[in-house]
Design a protein around this ligand. Sequence first.
Ligand SMILES: *Cc1c(COP(=O)(O)O)cnc(C)c1O
Length: 426
Amino acid sequence: MSKRHNDLWQASITVIPGGVNSPVRAFRKVGGTPVFIDHARGCRLFDCDGKEYIDYVLSWGPLILGHAHPSVLSAIRQACEKGTSFGAPTAQEALFAQMIVESVPSIEKVRLVSSGTEAAMTAIRLARGYTGRDDIIKFEGCYHGHSDSLLVKAGSGAATLGVPDSLGVPADFARHTLTLPYNDTDAFLQTIQQKHQTIACVIVEPVAANMGVVPPEDGFLQTLREACTTYGVLLIFDEVITGFRLGLGGAQAHYGVMPDLTTLGKIIGGGMPIGAVGGRAKIMDHLAPDGGVYQAGTLSGNPVAVAAGIATLKILSEQNPYEALNRLSGNLADGLRDITQKLSIPSYLTRVGSMMSLFFSEQPVRDFQDVLKTDADRYRRYFHAMLNKGIYLAPSPYEATFLSTAHTEEDIERTLTAAEESLRGL
Ligand SMILES: *Cc1c(COP(=O)(O)O)cnc(C)c1O
């Protein structure tokens, strides 16, 4: 650790809880202290000592065009010149909403908020207001932001009432959240058949990406859709990560399964704080001021964030980089698979488009319990070896690896060389 890094860390932990403004940045899952970033460009991060890294975190998903994309920066600069917030409608908000509605098949109307957390919280409230029911179903290992109803883990045994996953979440809230294993259609069908009368919605990451990447098995999303339709329960796809990552239409277009409500965030803000909730007009019109479900935000639809979002979505729709991203990502995944095989390291690689996870696991990983059985200590050593070699992976075995359009074949080659050296040395 350099003196500068040490000084920054000491200063941070003195005045910021845990030294960070979001817990997973603190390196607690891998040990050590976080890298302090000075600036970034393309797929490269530069730390406070000038050391360079190839970045596979990309601000936890948003930066599909890489850091500091010239068109996005220029849009942000131009927006700033016109004023940073008005608290009144702008032409850009309507344009941005139009772009989202045209891209995401199930969205007819969309409301902008300032984070993914807010989007999920709003979607849940809307579902409860629309159906007049209080309970919700979520899946273990899926993350939907840190609002009270969603920071809930499974009680003992499947299909029991949820218990708070954080101090400060009242048990009275948590008991309205039922938590089920991801990819377990039987447990889901049993629960919804028994309890549908009190269930407002099912919320799911259509590709789980907050326990590492865990793809939905064939039929899982379709089963959710069919049962929700049968019982008048709303299906919410939390596409905060998958939206505009798996294609312009997100996971719903990729898998051909349409939710009633969709939450977006991350990529649609082009690196600025934003979130969105959208869906069928009939449901969305229940939001205030037309409907009785209250939702608001001083900085909602912020012109600078919207400008960054428009610039990002414009590039994505004009250049349609998804096939190229998929190829690049496939090369990284194939390379990692080959290396782990050659070195006889038990591993299981999951990938959907430009997001993937290398799990150090003896067995396939299809839900959160499988994720917990993976070798976290091997990941810790792998992470630090890679960091040393200038490859910035997520500082947790339970997070995704993301690619951007700024990564090149050469970056992938360098990464694979580093991975082979790192894994050989463990
Ligand atoms: C990141 C994330 C959120 C929360 O978004 P924030 O902007 O961090 O509040 C919600 N859902 C999913 C699937 C996410 O990955």
